[in-house]
Design a protein around this ligand. Structure first.
Ligand code: SAH
Length: 205
């Protein structure tokens, strides 16, 4: 997976590659899908949600340019796989999930696998996690109609935010860096995510 899907497409950050070699992706999917866990596509995790394709996880993680002391906020815990990758590459991960079942399943898995530097929260992640802010990096793993100001506000100076932004059917992966003089924004290309539902995302219906 790492060689053929990630390195072959140009992700070379050693922190990202070693994290992807370390995390057992098959434990983050349903038993019936385990034989596909390392395949080159997203997989269903129930309730119409998905675990992202390995390459997308790698691309987004690389774009965060993580350092070992970084504190990272993730919106959309889902299976917990992306959070586990972040936990290998950074100091501490704060992850928020709005689906109660996915929240509990991921929480139990983190405990079982010994990911003690992942802090979980059940709720609407579009509001961020003010008490723990500012963050060095923020990753949103669901598609937003626009970049929530709440998240930009909770980014430290020098902090990076990666978020899919667009319509319900297709988005652009946007990377923002917050500087003393404002925001630098780049587009990393097209992507397709499930929707970000919440106060600063899409409505439930
Ligand atoms: N990072 C995940 C992929 C998750 S799919 C993984 O590695 O498996 C997107 C997730 O975002 C879904 O679980 C969905 O329930 C969640 N989500 C959508 N809107 C949210 C919100 N406002 N706050 C928190 N989680 C949200």
């Amino acid at each position: 997976m790492v060689e053929n899907q990630v390195e072959a497409r140009g992700v070379h950050d050693p922190r990202v590659l070693s994290a992807m070699l370390a995390v057992p992706r098959h434990l983050f999917v349903n038993e019936a899908l385990m034989d596909q866990a390392y395949s080159d596509h997203p997989l269903p995790i129930g309730d119409q949600q998905t675990i992202s394709q390995p390459y997308i996880v790698a691309l987004m993680t690389e774009a965060l340019e993580l350092e070992k002391d970084d504190r990272v906020l993730e919106i959309g815990t889902g299976s917990g796989y992306q959070a586990a990758i972040l936990a290998q590459a950074a100091f501490r991960v704060y992850t928020i999930e709005r689906n109660r079942r996915l929240y509990s399943t991921a929480r139990n898995l983190f405990d079982k696998l010994g990911y003690y530097n992942i802090v979980t929260r059940y709720g609407d992640g579009t509001k961020g996690w003010k008490e723990e802010s500012p963050f060095n990096a923020i990753i949103v793993t669901a598609g937003a109609p626009a970049i929530p100001d709440t998240l930009v506000d909770q980014l430290d100076i020098g902090g990076r935010l990666v978020i899919p932004v667009g319509s319900l059917f297709s988005q652009e992966l946007i990377r923002i860096e917050k500087t003393e003089n404002g925001i630098n924004e780049i587009n990393l290309g097209g992507c397709r995510f499930v929707k970000l539902i919440g106060q600063h995302g899409w409505d439930h219906n």
